[in-house]
Design a protein around this ligand. Sequence first.
Ligand SMILES: [Fe+2]
Length: 147
Amino acid sequence: MGSDSTLIDYFIQDHRDCDERWVEVERAIESGDSTAVRASWETFNREQRHHLDKEEQVMFPAFEEATGMTTGPTVVMRMEHGQMRGLLEQMESAIPGGDFQTVLDLGDTLLMLVQQHNQKEEGMLYPMANSALGADWGSLKEKIEKL
Ligand SMILES: [Fe+2]
């Protein structure tokens, strides 16, 4: 069984990968290598947003359709994703001018938000989604990987 053999495993691994991409940004900022900062930032920003899109565009709609829960946890998760994107945008605008301290400070706020958010997803939403969608995971994963 690989790390993407179930919906839960797949999305938890996605969270871990995004966390690791952020650690790479922090390391690059500490090293003072602005080329490395820009490169690691591009990767982190792209992959973090890609993760949110996978949930919002494929998994959440499938969950809502399968359970009829259109006013429940996915609404809260989407709202929190919006807060994350707001922080990513602020961080993004600090990159060109080389204001990496601002990127780190905003990153601390983002990380706190992401950790609380991920705990809710991993502890509640993913298990619920796995129950509702687990049988269709193969085709759902195909859609996710086309994004
Ligand atoms: Fe997530």
